[in-house]
Design a protein around this ligand. Structure first.
Ligand code: FES
Length: 105
């Protein structure tokens, strides 16, 4: 699916992330700065924090308990915050836009 990552500084990356990966995996694969993903997607580090475009907020599967708990460790959390390793890429997220925070920790 086509995913747009927008860096904190405004640089945009439009990439085709294979279905089955997570939005965090996609950022790693295309070496997009601003998403660290230190725990490899286990929902245990919060360094894959992103802001989902408000247009997409209600179109993604809801935040689960573990993601909610880990988000407490991310900086500058807002209503648009998600952990990108918990957003699975499939056709339903084609066109998704996420923004990376100023820092991950
Ligand atoms: Fe660690 Fe997402 S990669 S919580």
């Amino acid at each position: 699916a086509r995913i747009t990552y927008i860096e904190h500084g405004g640089t945009e990356h439009h990439v085709d992330v294979p279905n089955g990966l997570s939005v965090m995996d996609g950022a790693k694969r295309f070496t997009i700065p601003g998403i660290d993903g230190d725990c490899g997607g286990a929902c245990a580090c919060a360094t894959c924090h992103v802001y989902v475009d408000p247009m997409w907020r209600d179109r993604l599967p809801p935040i689960e308990e573990l993601e909610e708990a880990m988000l407490d460790f991310a900086f500058d959390v807002t209503a648009d915050s998600r952990l990108s390793c918990q957003i699975k890429v499939d056709d339903s997220v084609d066109g998704l836009i996420v923004r990376t925070p100023a820092r991950q920790y």
